[in-house]
Design a protein around this ligand. Structure first.
Ligand SMILES: *[C@@H]1O[C@H](CO)[C@@H](O)[C@H](O)[C@H]1NC(C)=O
Ligand SMILES: *[C@@H]1O[C@H](CO)[C@@H](O)[C@H](O)[C@H]1NC(C)=O
Length: 352
């Protein structure tokens, strides 16, 4: 700060012969979208400058196609605004007394289209001076998502990803471990500042909570990631559990749909559907076969939505369901019916 003042003073001395001069410490200003940019333009007059004070701010938009635009004017002791539609209502002189030597402006609620070179021109005859300041508007990193690409099983390879939804380049990334010793695995260190960490031959020690921080010059954002490296079987168990849950939910939805349709149907059809179901449900052997037949009845209720194909459909249902049970029987001949649940589970894993 002191240095800036000193430089300004020296310049003032050097420019002593020139009457009016603008003291602008900054030539480049970087701000985040939505913020307010302060564009300085402080000037000094000399006793010779006796003419009327006129101040003009011009913008050369970064889009080279557009000509220079007047954005705000001070003339004859009055302020004139709203020359440039893109900045309507967002440009103000910040000083109440411009004649005291402050023609700085604020541009509020910055937009990406505000990027460009802003020029402050001060005239008080015979003095005249102008200064330029470049404004850059950047987008802060936001909506950052942490994710795992691959399955987090022991011995597996997968990737940890960190992706902001938006944010101006250049972006810097930093991963940290938040749990346990808070020490990042050694093999990850080279990728600690990368958006993607490639995990090779995973071990359970990698499990924990991690954070990824994304930064650019105007802001930062963070996401968290929970990593659980588990043996493959556990993982499969979890998936099987999820699938069983989904199937049960589907069965439930199927039942609801079925009941709604049943109410609306004519007496004739209703009878047939009841018949159909009774055929579907085999004697209550085990939980497995019950679940299967419910799914079967779900299908048949959907099939019977169009009554024309109903008869044929219910016949095939009748043929299919018992044969399916028959096929499955030899697969687990030693298991008593009460312990059918594990068989169901492994069935589901093969489906995956
Ligand atoms: C101008 O903007 C700056 C932030 O860039 C703020 O601190 C200041 O109060 C604003 N002045 C006025 C008059 O709005
Ligand atoms: C994976 O790690 C285990 C123990 O950490 C090791 O025994 C095995 O050789 C490694 N496999 C590969 C392919 O690097």
């Amino acid at each position: 700060m002191a240095l800036v003042l000193l430089v300004a003073l020296l310049c003032g001395v050097a420019d002593f012969t020139r009457s009016l001069s603008i003291i602008n410490p900054e030539q480049m200003i970087e701000k985040a979208k939505g913020e307010t940019a302060y564009l300085p333009c402080k000037f000094t007059l000399s006793p010779e400058d006796q003419g009327p004070l006129d101040i003009e701010w011009l913008l050369s938009p970064a889009d080279n196609q557009k000509p220079d635009q007047v954005i705000i004017l001070y003339s004859g002791d009055k302020v004139y605004v709203d020359y440039y539609q893109d900045l309507k209502g967002r440009v103000h002189f910040i000083s109440n007394d411009i004649t005291s030597g402050d023609a700085s402006i604020n541009v509020t609620n910055l937009q990406l289209s505000d990027v460009g070179i802003y020029q402050c021109k001060v005239k008080k005859a015979p003095g005249v001076s102008s200064k330029k300041v470049q404004l850059t508007v950047l987008v802060k990193p936001t909506g950052t998502r942490c994710s795992i690409d691959g399955s987090e099983e022991i011995g597996n390879d997968f990737k940890l990803k960190c992706e902001p939804k938006e944010g101006s380049l250049p972006l810097q990334y930093e991963w940290q471990k938040l749990s346990d010793s808070q020490k990042m695995p050694d093999s990850w260190l080279p990728e600690m500042t990368s958006p993607v960490i490639s995990v090779k031959n995973a071990t359970t020690e990698l499990s924990g909570t991690y954070s990824c921080t994304v930064r650019n010059r105007v802001g930062s954002d963070q996401c968290l990631l929970r990593l659980d490296v588990v043996p493959p079987s556990n993982r499969a168990g979890t998936i099987a559990g999820a699938i069983i849950g989904t199937l049960l939910a589907l069965v439930l939805i199927g039942c609801i749909v079925f009941c709604c349709h049943k109410k609306r149907r004519e007496e004739k059809y209703e009878k047939e559907v009841h018949h159909d179901i009774r055929e579907d449900v085999p004697p209550p052997k085990s939980r497995t076969s019950t679940a299967r037949s419910y799914i079967g009845s779900n299908h048949s209720s959907l099939g019977s939505m169009s009554p024309s194909n109903m008869e044929g459909y219910s016949k095939t249902q009748y043929n299919q369901v018992p044969s399916e049970d028959f096929e499955r029987a030899p697969q687990s001949p030693t298991l008593p019916p009460a312990k059918f649940m594990p068989t169901y589970k492994t069935d589901e894993i093969t489906v995956v």
